[in-house]
Every structure is written in structure tokens, then in C-alpha cells.
Design a protein around this ligand. Structure first.
Ligand code: ATP
Length: 595
């Protein structure tokens, strides 16, 4: 089999798709450097023979980055159905079933389960109309894919797939299917392909997320770009956060660090020039179509920039703000979307929380330290809470600072924390030690959950002053009699801003009463930490709680407590009699420390 490392081996004056597929077959079987060498040779020979416009091939090599064909609306199931109908197979025939259940291991002869394109190849090959060398061009493939991208509905899909079936070999169809599924599986990362294409390709793609532009601007492999700067209205690849174990954070940071809340919204980069906004999400590198609420948001925030700001690119998180409760909710939860167009200040609305700035008036500032970028943010932007905010941070340096911040995040049921080096540059598309993320689930060292009885609660603050902000749990003293049970306080967990169960527990369970420290009820023993409200065990509910460890401490009557306790769910099947006892907690502690 030829590997297309010589120009003479291309069989036509225009690139035939069959030739490209032969290259893909060869390269996917190579390993390590040989793989890269073959690919480099192919690109070089392509340039020699067909000229410098590599975009038609690049978009087939890196289909997941092709933003002009973002969504074919076709995944394996629809492809299977369409092929079944084009080939006239019965759905319940062996091969029809094989396509539909492509994930299942087939007969011993067939070893391709789990890879739809290979399963499809097996089914198509014996029925294929075109055998031998295919005659179709790359141009035709791209045209068919464009049509497919614009198609909607089974009939239009069928037209394209029928064309493919009638004009392409089975191997060619296998590779087209891979392109449609946006995963070529040839073992070359996008970074490698870019590097083989041009030394500046990676940098340029990071700032523009646009394959066509990369191919157009970097036609000549020997001409270097002076620099790859972030470009207004082109989505750049944002900096990412690296997960690091809590015990390694201090060492990794090597000095003072900042802690920010890990916001639970949608990563959004906001580009603005002279009051015209465009915004991009991280996953979908295409322009967001602004909702009515977003247009309204842009109108409001347009006035919040310093008059000197003509162009700006911000990185941040889009959240949704509920003014009645003064809470920020995840993006996409807006209930009133599209319905209520009024300027009602109590209406839920999107709110953009900025955590970085990368360009100002045509000048990229990603090489400036975070500290300086943050100063710029504060000088150039006026916050308007509920519309536009700049994320706040805590300046920290010790392990205690870190644990306290984590405690607070867990108590407030936040998604986690992000730890940043104040001296760090903004590094595009990298997950490095300068930005670290820690989520509560990384802390679940205590494998088992604990089923704990709620014995008390505290009210929230501000607009949530009449809701419960945290619950206190107790452990049953197993030596107490069933007709006069006793509970000792053990831990407290936060309800966060929007925990629905908290309201249910407050409203649906009767018997809540104010706790009088001078006159505690017989059934309860408290420590230093005292609840505002208590509820008798026989009226209360059991909750399932996850935590990282059981630690000694004198806050609670049990002299032990949970580190990073997190509510998982209500246990309505349990009651005060089956909730955890002090003895059971001590056993769990012994087991956990023996691990
Ligand atoms: P995850 O599911 O943990 O969000 P991810 O792969 O989407 O992972 P990462 O880069 O690993 O993203 O984690 C950082 C993400 O956290 C960002 O994409 C961003 O959406 C979000 N985030 C929330 N708050 C912050 C913040 N203060 N600084 C940076 N990123 C933040």
C-alpha cells in the first residue's frame, strides 16, 4: 500500500479523496515519530503538488475544530438509521441490528464493537457499489459535508448518504463517517497536526479558533508570523485550571496565592468595540446568538466601561442573577427567558462575572501579571451588582488559609475554588500550575456517606434571612433508652444559596423551635457551636452527608466533627432510630484511619 510520501503517488491533478484515505490508513497504523514524519511528508507533498491552500484537507484532518460545520445533527444512531434505509436493510436483520447496536460486541469474527465507523465499514463493504479505486475528489467530499451540515430531517440526510454510498468506496465512507462524528482516530493530536503544518499554527489557532484563518494566514511554512495576538471578535482558547491535590497546593504555588470562588456558570469571553458586544462560550467556538436578556444586559453594561475603553476582551463566567433572593444561579436556568421583556428590576437576568482581561484598545495584555490585569479591570470597569461584577479574591499564603477557604466554599455549597498565582501570565489553552482548581468531590476521602439526624438549623443572611443557611446534625447516644433518646451535636453543613430541600425541611417538618442555651431540652447536648433553631428527633429527618474525614474538635458536643461535610440527599426511609449513633461514628473513624 502506498503511503503518499511521494508526490508522484498522487493519482490525479486534484487531490482524490481515495488518496487522502490511503494516507489516513497508513498514518493511523504508524506509531510515534514515524506517524508524525508521514504526516509532515504528506503535507509537504500536498503543497508541492496542489499548492498552498491546505484548508480543504485541514478541516477533514481536524473535523472537531471545523467551526463552519459545527453540527451535522447526526450521531451514530441517525447514521445507522440512514444507512439501513439507503442500503435497504431490514432493521431486524443481522446487519441492521449490528449497525443499531454498534456498541455491543458482535460475533467472534467481528472485533470492531464500540467504533461505529469500523462497524459501518463491515456492513457497507460487502454491499458497496464502488470497488477498487475511488474517483471522487476532496472537493466533492467537502461539498457533501456542507450539504449535510445544512440538512435537517431524514430525507435530506438520506440524499447525502445515498450519494456517498453510490459514489464512494467502503473505506472512503468509513473515513467520511469519522469526519461526521468529528473524531478521526488516527492518533495525532491537534497540536501535532498544527506543528507539522506550520510552527505558528498552534499559537494562531489559540487566538482565533478559526481553521480557515490558520490555513490562509500560514500558507508558506517558512514565513513566520510576527506575533499571534488575540484578535477582537475571534474567540481565543482560554486558560484552563489544573486539578491538584489539596496537600500539594502550597508547594505548587511556592508563595502567596489568590483564592477565588469557582463560579458555577458558563465560561464566556466577551468582546466589545465601541459598544458592540459579541460573546463566545468555551465549548462552542461559534458566536452565541444573544437572547433578549443578553441584549438588554449589553445595553446596561455598555455604560460601565471607562471612556478610554474603545476595545476590550474579557474572560469570565456568565451566571444568572435572582434579585429577589440575591443569589447567582447557573447559566441556562433563567425561567423568564424570552417572555418578560420589561425592565423590571426584580426579574431574573444574566449577570457577567469577570475574572480576567486579555486585550485593551487593540493591545493584548496576556503577558502582564494577573495582579496588574486585575488592577486594570478595577480601573476600567465600574461594577453594577447583578449585571456586571469583577470576581473578588482572597490573598492567601498558608495551609490554614487554604483550608478555611475550602471550608467556606463547602459551607456555601459552591462548586469549588480556583487558586491563582498573582504573578501569572494568561496562558492560552493551557492547564498549568498557575491556575489550580479544587472541587469538594476531590475531598471525598471518607468513602462512605453518613446518615445523620438533623437536630437544628441557623438562618441565612440578607435576603435569605428567613431561610435556613445551615443545618446542624447530631449523633444518637446509643446508651440512651428508646423512650428518652439523647442526641449530641456533631457537625454543620451549609445549604448554599438555592438548596430546595432546605425550604422543604423548614416548612414540612413541624416542631421547629428557638433554642434557649440556658434551658436546653433533655434530648440534646450542645457544644460551643449552638443552633438558632432546634427540632425534636421524632419530628426530624435524616440526611445523607459526604465528607473528607472525621476530625477531633471542641465545637460540637461529640468532640469530633466532619471536615468538608456536604449534603447529598434526604433519607426519608430512615428516622431518628436508624440515624448514625456516636458509637457508629467512632467505628467509622477507626476504619478510616486504618486505611
Ligand atoms: P470543570 O468541569 O471543572 O469546570 P473544565 O474543563 O470545564 O472543568 P477547567 O479549565 O478545568 O474547565 O476549570 C476551570 C473552569 O472553571 C473554567 O473553564 C471556568 O468556566 C470555571 N471557573 C469558575 N470560576 C472561575 C474563576 N474564578 N477563574 C477561572 N475559572 C473559573
Amino acid at each position: 500500500q502506498s503511503d503518499f510520501t511521494q508526490t508522484s503517488l498522487f493519482s490525479s491533478e486534484v487531490l482524490l479523496f481515495g488518496d487522502f484515505c490511503r494516507f489516513l490508513e497508513v498514518v493511523s497504523k504508524e506509531i510515534g515519530d514515524a506517524k508524525k514524519k508521514k504526516c509532515a511528508k504528506f503535507i509537504q507533498n500536498y503543497r508541492n503538488k496542489f499548492g498552498n491552500d491546505f484548508y480543504p484537507v485541514m478541516r477533514l484532518l481536524l473535523p472537531h475544530l471545523d467551526k463552519e460545520r459545527t453540527n451535522y445533527g447526526m450521531k451514530e444512531v441517525v447514521l445507522a438509521k440512514t444507512y439501513i434505509s439507503v442500503m435497504g436493510l431490514a432493521r431486524d436483520s443481522v446487519y441492521g441490528q449490528r449497525l443499531i447496536h454498534w456498541k455491543m460486541p458482535g460475533s467472534s469474527k467481528i472485533k470492531t464493537a464500540g467504533d461505529f465507523a469500523s462497524v459501518a465499514f463491515e456492513v457497507i463493504a460487502p454491499r458497496s457499489i464502488v470497488v477498487g479505486r475511488g474517483k471522487m475528489t476532496i472537493e466533492d467530499v467537502n461539498y457533501q459535508l456542507d450539504v449535510l451540515n445544512a440538512a435537517s430531517g431524514q430525507q435530506e440526510y438520506q440524499k447525502v448518504i445515498r450519494h456517498l454510498f453510490n459514489n464512494y468506496t467502503a473505506i472512503e465512507q468509513k473515513w467520511i463517517i469519522r469526519v461526521i462524528l468529528k473524531e478521526l482516530k488516527i492518533g495525532l493530536s491537534e497540536k501535532s497536526v498544527f506543528l507539522l503544518f506550520h510552527p505558528d499554527a498552534c499559537n494562531l489557532f489559540n487566538v482565533c479558533s478559526d481553521l480557515r484563518k490558520v490555513c490562509e494566514d500560514l500558507q508558506d511554512p517558512h514565513t513566520r508570523l510576527p506575533s499571534s495576538d488575540i484578535i477582537l471578535y475571534y474567540p481565543f482558547k482560554p486558560m484552563l485550571a489544573k486539578p491538584v491535590a489539596v496537600q500539594n497546593v502550597i508547594k505548587t504555588m511556592g508563595g502567596g496565592f489568590w483564592i477565588e470562588e469557582k463560579l458555577d456558570g458558563e465560561r464566556v469571553q466577551l468582546h466589545m468595540k465601541d459598544g458592540r458586544f459579541e460573546y463566545f462560550s468555551r465549548q462552542v467556538t461559534v458566536l452565541f446568538k444573544p437572547r433578549i436578556e443578553d441584549i438588554y444586559l449589553f445595553q446596561i453594561i455598555a455604560d460601565l466601561f471607562h471612556p478610554r475603553v474603545k476595545e476590550i476582551i474579557l474572560d469570565g463566567e456568565m451566571l444568572e442573577y435572582d434579585p429577589l433572593l440575591d443569589v447567582y444561579k447557573p447559566f441556562g436556568t433563567l425561567k423568564t427567558a424570552g417572555k418578560d421583556h420589561s425592565d423590571n428590576p426584580n426579574k431574573e437576568r444574566p449577570c457577567y462575572v469577570i475574572f480576567d482581561i486579555v486585550l485593551i484598545n487593540g493591545k493584548s495584555i496576556i503577558d502582564q501579571p494577573l495582579q496588574k490585569r486585575k488592577d486594570w479591570l478595577r480601573t476600567l470597569i465600574t461594577e453594577n451588582p447583578g449585571y456586571l461584577k469583577i470576581i473578588s479574591h482572597k490573598e492567601c499564603s498558608t495551609a490554614k488559609d487554604l483550608i478555611d477557604a475550602l471550608d467556606e466554599a463547602v459551607m456555601k455549597r459552591q462548586e469549588g475554588i480556583i487558586i491563582k498565582k498573582p504573578s501569572s501570565k494568561y496562558v492560552l489553552n493551557e492547564r498549568i500550575d498557575d491556575w489550580i482548581k479544587i472541587k469538594p468531590e476531590y475531598l471525598d476521602a471518607l468513602g462512605d456517606s453518613l446518615d445523620l439526624l438533623i437536630i437544628g438549623a441557623d438562618f441565612g443572611v440578607g435576603k435569605r434571612g428567613n431561610m435556613f443557611g445551615s443545618f446542624m446534625c447530631g449523633l444518637r447516644d446509643s446508651t440512651s433508652a428508646d423512650d428518652s433518646p439523647r442526641f449530641i451535636t456533631f457537625c454543620r453543613f451549609g445549604t448554599g444559596q438555592t438548596m430546595k430541600e432546605a425550604e422543604d425541611i423548614k416548612n414540612n417538618f413541624k416542631g421547629w423551635q428557638k433554642f434557649d442555651p440556658n434551658n436546653p431540652p433533655d434530648w440534646l447536648e450542645v457544644g460551643k457551636d449552638k443552633p438558632h433553631m432546634i427540632i425534636p428527633p421524632w419530628n426530624s429527618i435524616v440526611v445523607q452527608v459526604k465528607a473528607s474525614e472525621i476530625v477531633a474538635g471542641n465545637q460540637f458536643a461529640s468532640n469530633y466533627t466532619l471536615r468538608f461535610p456536604r449534603f447529598e440527599k434526604l433519607r426519608e426511609d430512615k428516622d431518628w432510630k436508624s440515624a448514625m449513633t456516636y458509637e457508629e461514628m467512632m467505628n467509622l473513624r477507626r476504619q478510616a484511619s486504618g486505611r
